[in-house]
Structure formats: C-alpha cells, structure tokens
Design a protein around this ligand. Structure first.
Ligand code: B3K
Ligand code: ZN
Length: 885
C-alpha cells in the first residue's frame, strides 16, 4: 500500500529524464515460490537535460533488492538508498552499465499489474506503471530502450516462453529448464514490455504485407479454447490489411503474437508484437459468444493492432498525453468496425456510450480534459474521456480537414515522429502543417473539461425565403475550470424539405460543403453566439442538426413533434433519424413522469407509435437501425437528461411506455419476429447480426404482453437455438418476465455451460441486471457460488459492476443497501486489486445527481471508504475527489 495522503503530479512540472537507457537486458528465473530478475542497463546522461550532475533515481515498487553494481563494481549499502517508490544512487558516471538483481513474488501478486500468475501461467501488464514492480527502472514512456530478454523456466510446466520481438536463442538446460532469448529491435518504453510463460497451444496463420513480407501470426490459448480463435485471427488479418489501405501503415516485424489470459484488469494490451488479451476479448464461437461479443473481439483485436503505429512506433511523452495514442486509436478502430459492418449502427452505439457514460463523467467530480493537467494515480485516467471523447476530438479534426487532408496529416505525423515519444500538440501541429488549417481555437478541446451545450433556434422568413439558425454555445464549470472561452465546433447541418434535403446557400459565412449537390454543410461554430442565414428556400425546412454527431456536445433545439417525426421517417442521416426517435422518446418520458407524479395514467401518443409502426412496415430499412430506433432512451441516458435523477420514476415510466408500445405494435412486432427467423448457419456478419437484433428486440417487447403463446416462443427459442445471441436473449426475457420458467431456465443454462467461464459470466450478468425486487440479496448469494471468484476481474464486472451500473432501481434501493454493498466490495478489493476497486467505485462518485435522501446515503458510504486505513492511491483519488465535490 502507498502513502496515506498521496499527492498529485502536474503536467506543468514535466521535465526531460536526466538519464537515457540505450539497452536493457533482462534475465528472468521463473520459480514456483519467487522469481529473480537480473537487469543490465546501459545508461548515459541525457544531453537534453539541464542537470548534468544529477544522481540516478529509478522507479521501483514492492521489490526485494538483491544486488547492485556499476561497471562491474558491487555497490555498498552506503552508496544507494531505497524508498517505497524509488532507488537512488547519488554518484554515478556520465555513462555506465548498471546491474541489478531483484526478487519478486508473482504468485502473490493479486493487483494484476507487473508480473503475475493467471490460471497457472506467468504474464505481465506494465502499462502504465507496472514495470517498476518487476525491476528498478526509468519507468516513464519517454525513456525508450532496446530490450533483450532471457527467460528460464521449467520445461514441463512452461513449454511456451514468450517476450517481445524475435526469438534469437533456445536451449534445454540440464536441470530440466528451458532457456530462451528474445530480442526486440525497436526501442520502446518499459510499459510495452511483455513476458508470458505457460502451457499454451497456438492457432497459426500468416499475413503477407503490401510489400510482400510474410508475417507469422499466432494466437496462444489453453488447449480447451483452440476452437475459439478463428474470429480473432480473421479480425487481425482484416485489421492489418485495413491499416495498409486506409493509413498506409505496414506491420514491421516477422512475428505477431496474441496471448489470452483469464485474469486481466481491462480488455487487452498492445505490448510490442506480444499483445496480451483478456479471454473475453479474443475467444469467440457461435455457441458460446453473442453477436456483441464477436463485435467486441473484432474491435479490440483491431484496436491493439493499430497501436503498433499509433502508440508503439509513435508513443506518448508522458501520461498526460495518454489520449494521443488512445483517442487516435479508438477513432481508428471505430472507422475500421464501421467499414466491416454497419457504419450508422456503429456510430449510434458509440454516441450512446458517450452520452450516457462520458457526459456523466464530464459532469461529475472526476471530470478532466482530454489532456489532463494533473493526476494522483494514472490508472484512474484510462477513462471514457481519454478514450471516447479523445476519439471524438480526432474525429472532429477529420471532419474539419476532410479525409484527404486528414490522411496527409497522419502521414506527416508518423513520418515526423517515428521512434519518438511525443505530445497531443505534436499531433495537432502535424495536422495543421499538412492541411494549412488553423486549429488554434480547436486546441481548447484538449484543455477544457465538461460537455459543451449548443442552444440552437431557427426562424423562417417566408417572404425572403430565408432560414436563420441562431447558435449559442457554453461549457459548464468543472472542478478547477470556470468561465470557459468558446470552442471551435464543427456543426454539420442539412435542411429537409417535403421532397428531400434542400440546396444550401449560406450567406457571408465560410463553410465547407460536404456533398456534391450542396445539401449538407459543416458550419464552424466558434463564438458564444452566431447566426447562419440560408437563402433561396422555397419552403420552411426541418433542420437536421449535428449530423453524424459531428461534435461531442449536448444539442438543444425546440423541435415540434411533427418535425421530429419528419426526421424519423425521412432524414437522410441515419444518426439523426435515430436521434429524433430518442428525442421523441424523451418527450414521451417527460409527459409520462409528469402524469405519474400527478397520480394520473399516461397514454402513449399515437403519433409516436404510428411513426414506429411505419418504420416496422418499411422493408427497405436496415434491420439493425430499426432495432435501435424501437428502443426507448436508456435509463442511463435519461439519467443525464432529467435533474435530479429519480431512478425509480424513470424506470417505472419507461417500463409502462414499453408495455404500451408492445400493445400498440403487437401485430407488426409478431410479424417482424417471424420475418427475422433464419435457418442459415450462424455467421457474425452485419446482415445476420441485424436480423437477430431486430428479432430479439421484438421478442423482448412481445414478452411484456404476458401472453402464454409468446412465452412459449421464448421457451422454444431458449431450448432450440444454436447460437448464444438468441439463447441469451431468450434467457434474459424469461428471467425478466416469466417467474414460473425463470428458475428452470437459469438452472439448465448453468448446467449446459458450467465449463465455460465466459458463458457463466453472462449468466451472472443476466441475474445481476434483473430489476426484480430482491436482486441485491440474489447478487450477494451468487458471490458465494463456486463459479464466482472476486480475484477475477471479469467475474467482478459480470456480477458486482453489472448490478451497480446497469440495475439502477436495485442499486438505488431506498434503504441504501445497494450503496453499502458497493462500499463493502470497494473496501475488500482496495487491498487485493486497487485498479478494479477504484473503477467499481464510480457509481457512488456521482451522488450529486440524485435526490437529497439518496445523496446523504451515498456520501455516508464514500466517507466510510475514506476512513479506511491503507487506502490505495487509486481508491483515495476517486473517493477524496468525490467527497469534496
Ligand atoms: N493500453 C491499454 C490500457 C492499459 C491500461 C492500464 N491501466 C489497452 C488499450 O487501450 O489498448
Ligand atoms: Zn488503446
């Protein structure tokens, strides 16, 4: 555990390292009790540092120091000092070789950071600052070194020994151990180091690059999972080809390895040529994995692969620049997934996540800019802001520059900075240099936290044939930031007439035309208030605004219902059609909640169900789009819309509207359910995924009617379907609606899948998400189930996080028991796995959004956590910032 009251570090205090490490040689002796790490570092003073006499300070945590020598001379204890976090050697030459031996205990490492064991194998996770738990080092991304790694381990227990780069030597020793040597020719920061040792099998393939080089691809898994690697391999090859075609990026080594591990704090890690993956992000087969699971594998495999250029070849100077690699890489993987499947569906999914999760983060105590100014624990900053808002910032640059100039900019960025550790500013400078565009005001997106709001109004002057859009922007205050200046917001618009989008003639203002026929434009919103006047309009248009969600902002426009319905039924922008549906859903929710408050019954508006019926009747519509348009705004998004958030009122009103929709649309939903049945063998392609999505959305609605005939269909689907998407959808709806069938369905599902941990996680998830009363008690009892293990992050996420994040009515139980439960889990995990503990804590940190009575109970739990002794830096940062907000 770290200091009681850890302090923050600041971007403004950045200084270059006093030393550089040209070469890093490591020798690992892996043992069952302990592991010894011998390092030999070739160090020299950094010519760019202004301190030419500094002593050497290395990072280190939880290490047992065995020996230390400079240029072959062992140092005596008076020549060095160690603290909890550092090793200091006061006097060192300008250039020298440092040899250091340390002992570590991977078997006891439950934090899953550094070197640890997962299901019998050794593996590592070094980003951001885990390497210092392996050996003393300059553990910062701007120190890049060429690594040579020797691994010694028992040949029977650990037949596979892997590290970064190429294997240059292998031999069997007389003592029954194997010795291998790996050499990575690309200099890299320590956070990209990886080591794996275990009894693993590989699925193999090759990829021939655009220049004809053959790359050997291997996915290492446990024997039992060999049949679940095909999709990841295909995704990898697709990603490699796509990066060549879209970004001109070729892979740079002859080997690319992926290893799957059960115990992993996040999705995956882009270690140079040795990606380590959470099993949940690599294994997939139709019988065990849902469509969403297949898509996640594709997206994460691509994301990690793309990091080879955006992250590894060009890396971050310091961790304040994290979004440089993460925002850019998320943008790249999103475009890839869009190209592989349905672009509109992918966009809607991403915007939904941003609006529900990132907007909430931006409005809470942990709000921070895409490039933060300070942090206490960097692990807390792997956030939706850094990743998803960061990706939106890159997307906006793409929108402002257009695809060709953006590509010119990315080429220049990679060319200028290959092999360097750079900043977000370097990225923007490359984009400016390649395009000639001035992005000075745009840079504020990196500096300002908070979600900007756009208040837009429109007026039509029939006599002049003019339509005027008035746009006001403001960005709310966030911790440490008030009175923010205006941002440069790309605001994509079109004007719809009765017969389609109208030609845009914008007076005076500069704007880029998006389409050849001039029906869509990107307006540059740069001031606190601006007007845009469109002329030569023969009819009053319906404005289609923020097309494709062109900026991560909250848009307010006083749409009339008939205008929303016009957008739903005939906008040419898929995102705006979906969003108009959401906005109409919000109007319905508002009315339903007001009625409920007044003790009256609300009846769903006929124009809303009519519009949805019209969509259901339209065979030409993409089925996945239709499925998304049928779904009312999520409780999580509604919690961003209504203030204060009355989760119970939201849930009950929403459930009521869902039932009324099911009643109003019974016939078309039944027809849709039947129309989407499919006898073809399972494929994870866009067309089949869309069909299953629409079928299961229809089933979920129909089940609300409580009809035996429909319940029968759900039971049949559950018993007979051959793929996990349909089976799990049926299980979910049975659990939520069929008390009589629920227990049996859950039991048979468990019996069928008890040997597949990833499937059992879904079983935990379905139960934890149930809005039925008593779910908290159910979750607590499931924590004692033999399949549950609090040391495994996937299980914690499936059971505990699902309950706290996706089950608002039960988590926010009026007696506060949900809050106390979460605090107990955070306290338990604080010691064993601080990263998971701190992440789990987030729902409590948003206490300010809720009514007074809930606020007090949530705050009390936060204070209880804060009073715990030995709080990790991770938990301390979130809890202390939350309490004081
Ligand atoms: N770069 C890693 C995240 C590491 C998180 C460390 N706490 C995965 C990714 O974004 O690709
Ligand atoms: Zn990443």
């Amino acid at each position: 555990m770290r200091d009681a009251q850890p302090s923050a570090i600041f971007l403004k205090d950045y200084s270059v390292p006093a030393f550089l490490i040209d070469a890093t040689e490591l020798r690992f002796e892996l043992g069952e009790e302990a592991t010894t790490v011998h390092s030999c570092l070739t160090l020299r003073r950094n010519p760019a540092s202004d301190n030419a006499t500094a002593g050497l300070t290395l990072h280190g945590a939880e290490l047992e120091l065995l020996s230390l020598a400079i240029d072959g001379n062992t140092l005596s204890e008076s020549q060095w000092s160690v603290s909890e976090e550092t090793l200091c050697i006061a006097e060192v030459p300008d250039q020298f070789e440092l040899r250091c031996s340390t002992r570590i205990y991977p078997q006891k490492n439950t934090s899953l950071e550094g070197l640890y064991k997962s299901s019998g194998m050794f593996c590592t996770q070094c980003e951001a600052e885990g390497f210092r738990k392996i050996t003393y080092y300059l553990d910062r991304p701007d120190v890049m070194s060429v690594f040579t790694v020797e691994i010694l381990a028992d040949a029977n227990t650990y037949p596979v020994l892997l590290s970064n780069g190429n294997r240059t030597d292998v031999e069997t020793l007389e003592d029954g151990r194997t010795r291998v040597v790996w050499h990575d020719p690309f200099p890299k920061p320590a956070y990209l180091f990886a080591l794996v040792a275990g009894d693993l099998q590989a699925v193999e393939d090759t990829f021939t690059t655009c220049n004809g080089r053959v790359v050997e691809l291997k996915i290492y898994v446990e024997q039992k999972d060999l049949d679940k690697c095909e999709h990841a391999m295909l995704s990898l090859k697709n990603a490699m080809r796509w990066d060549e075609q879209v970004y001109g990026r070729e892979y740079d080594l002859d080997i690319f390895n992926i290893v799957a591990v059960d115990d992993f704090n996040m999705g995956a890690m882009e270690n140079k040529s040795l990606n380590i993956f959470n099993t949940s992000c690599v294994l997939a087969k139709p019988e065990t994995t849902t469509d969403a699971g297949f898509q996640r594998v594709e997206g994460v495999v691509a994301h990690e692969y793309f990091h080879n250029w955006s992250g590894n070849r060009v890396t971050c100077r310091d961790w304040f620049q994290l979004s440089l690699k993460e925002g850019f890489t998320v943008f790249r993987d999103a475009e890839f997934s869009a190209d592989m499947g349905s672009p509109t569906v992918k966009r809607v999914e991403d915007v939904s996540l941003l609006r529900s999760t990132q907007f909430a983060e931006d409005a809470g105590p942990m709000a921070h800019p895409v490039r933060p100014d300070s942090f206490i624990e960097i692990s807390n900053f792997y956030t939706v802001t850094i990743y998803e808002k960061g990706a939106e910032v890159v997307r906006m640059i793409h929108t402002l520059l257009g695809p060709e100039l953006f590509r010119k900019g990315s080429d220049l960025y990679f060319e200028r900075h290959d092999g360097q550790a750079v900043t977000c500013e370097d990225f923007v400078l490359a984009m400016e240099a390649a395009s000639g565009m001035d992005l000075s005001q745009f840079r504020r997106w990196y500096e300002l936290a908070g979600t900007p709001e756009l208040d837009v109004s429109g007026s039509y002057d029939a006599e002049q044939g003019r339509y005027t859009l008035t746009v006001k922007q403001h960005c709310p205050d966030t911790p440490g930031q008030t009175n923010k200046p205006p941002l440069h917001i790309p605001f994509s618009v079109a004007l719809l007439g009765e017969a389609g989008a109208l030609r845009l003639n914008l007076q005076g203002q500069e704007a880029d035309s998006e389409t050849a026929d001039n029906t869509e434009m990107v307006l540059h919103v740069t001031e606190a208030q601006q007007q845009f006047v469109f002329s030569e309009l023969p009819e009053e248009p319906v404005p289609s605004l923020l097309r494709g969600f062109s900026a991560p902002v909250k848009l307010h426009f006083p749409y009339r219902r008939d205008q929303l319905i016009a957008l739903i039924t005939r906008d040419t922008d898929g995102f705006c059609r979906w969003d108009a549906c959401q906005q109409l859903g919000i109007l319905e929710m508002t009315a339903a909640m007001e009625s409920a408050k007044a003790g009256a019954d609300y009846q769903l508006s006929a124009d809303f169900s009519g519009a949805l019926a019209q969509l259901l009747a339209d065979d030409s519509l993409d089925k996945a789009m239709l499925a998304m348009m049928l779904v009312l705004p999520s409780e999580a998004y509604l919690a961003e819309v209504f203030k204060p958030v009355d989760v119970h009122a939201i849930h009950h009103a929403r459930e009521r509207l869902r039932r009324q929709l099911a009643e109003a649309l019974r016939e078309p939903l039944l027809q849709t359910y039947e129309r989407c049945q499919d006898a073809q063998p399972y494929q994870a392609n866009a067309e089949q995924i869309a069909r299953r999505s629409l079928k299961n959305t229809s089933l979920a609605y129909l089940m609300l009617l409580g009809e035996e005939g429909i319940a029968q269909k759900a039971r049949e689907q559950f018993a007979e379907s051959q793929n996990m998407t349909d089976r799990l959808a049926a299980l979910t709806t049975l659990v939520n609606n069929e008390d009589s069938a629920k227990a049996e369905a859950l039991m048979s599902f468990y019996q069928d899948w008890q040997h597949e941990p990833l499937v059992i996680n879904q079983w935990f998830q379905v139960q934890a998400a149930s809005s039925a009363p008593g779910t908290l008690e159910k979750v607590k009892s499931l924590m004692n189930h033999p399949a549950f293990d609090i040391r495994n992050p996937n299980k914690v996420r499936a059971l505990i996080a699902t309950f706290c994040v996706q089950n608002a009515v039960n988590f926010h139980r009026e007696d506060g028991a949900g809050y106390a439960f979460l605090a107990d889990q955070v306290i338990a995990l604080n010691r064993s796995n601080p990263q998971i503990a701190s992440r789990l804590l987030q729902p409590l940190s948003k206490w300010r959004k809720y009514p007074e009575a809930a606020q007090q109970k949530m705050q009390a739990e936060l204070k209880r956590i804060l009073a715990e002794p030995d709080l990790s830096r991770d938990v301390y940062e979130v809890v202390s910032k939350s309490v004081s907000s």
